[in-house]
Each structure stands twice: as C-alpha cells, then as structure tokens.
Design a protein around this ligand. Sequence first.
Ligand SMILES: [Cu+2]
Length: 232
Amino acid sequence: MRRMPFAGGLSALLFGLLCAPVISHGAAIKGKVIFAGPVPAQKKVDVTIDQYVCGTQKDAGDLLLSPQKELRNAVVWLENAPAGTVAPAESAKVEMDQNGCTFIPRVVIVPAGGTVDFLNSDRLLHNIHATPKLNASFNRTQPKSRTIPITFDKPEIVRINCDLHSWMAGWVVVAAHQYYAITGADGQFAFDNLPSGQYNLQVWHERLGTTRASVAITDQQAGRVTVEMKSP
Ligand SMILES: [Cu+2]
C-alpha cells in the first residue's frame, strides 16, 4: 500500500483544523470527596430559646455524610487555575437565608468583589456576625424579611454566625477565580472547560480542615480523582 503523500496529509490536517468546532478547552475534572475512618456520632444541639421557630434540637450540620461516606459541603478549588481566568463579574445572585434557625445554604461561593444577600425567612430576630481577616467585619441585626447585602472583596473563607442562636453557622467562600466548587450530597464536584494539564486541587471542609490532591487531564479523557478527608 502506498503511503499518503506528504502534501495530502498536510491538507487533510488543515481541513481537520479548520472544520473543528470552536471549543477553547475540552478537558474536565470529575471528582468525589469521601470521609475516611470511622464515622463520628452526629452531634445534636439542644435549643433553649425561640423553640417556637427553632424547635428543641438541631443537628450540628458540620459533617454531612451519605451512607457511602461521601462528604457534602466540602469546597474544592484549583490552586493552579488556567492563566487569565478570573471570577465572572456578572455572576448569579448569591443568597444565604436564615430559615428554621439554620443558615441555608450552609456554604456559598461568591467571587471576590461579589455580594451575598443575607435573608431572614424566620418570624424572629437573627443577626449576622463575621470577623474575617482580609475582608471587612460586620455585625448586623436582622429582623424578619430584611435583606442585607454584604460585599466581599478578598479571597478568604469567612465564617458567619448568629449571636442569638449559638448553633447557627454558615460559610462564605470568597473565590479568587471561577474554578471553585461545593460538593453535593453525593460528594461529587466537577470542573470543565479546562486546558489539558496537571492540576493541583485544594479541598477545604469546615470540620476536617484542608487537604490537597492532584490530577492530570487531557482533552480525550476527564481526570477522575477521589479525595479522602479524615478527622484532624
Ligand atoms: Cu439566629
């Protein structure tokens, strides 16, 4: 059999390039965070005030595991995000409600410079109180139905408390770029639209601390990674 002449091969290559769909990056990371080690007993908190809204007992909510020990509410981000990626300025509205004396959702991501609208759906008084290191502190009374917008300027993980209800905790993760994700109830997270390469992941969880992982991806195959976290 004759080899294809060089010129023919080149034009075939050019044809392929010209006809390729315009996709800037085709690689993806698909991952899962799981809890390693014996599962601790769920912490319950006795409620002593405002029981007419808050109930008499709350789950601590700081370690949410599926029966397969998949970890919810872990935050995963790329340490080496592709050059030039920035947090999208016109991102969707980020809200954190106080509902049933619980912050919902418990963990949100907002791009640096973005705003979180804090809500209160409960028929009682809450408050939002945070003392971050890099962002401005705030301590605001929050009556029912009042929306309090707070802007976060610097990448940081900020704990939100309600001083009236000691068990209430929420977290605002201020993102440096667009490659941040929160794990769902199945522990899963994903990033797509990435150039192929080697990526270093950082994983944070409010109770389990931080850990790292790395994964190599190509345009042909999504990088799969399972990250284990254990009690500190
Ligand atoms: Cu409260």
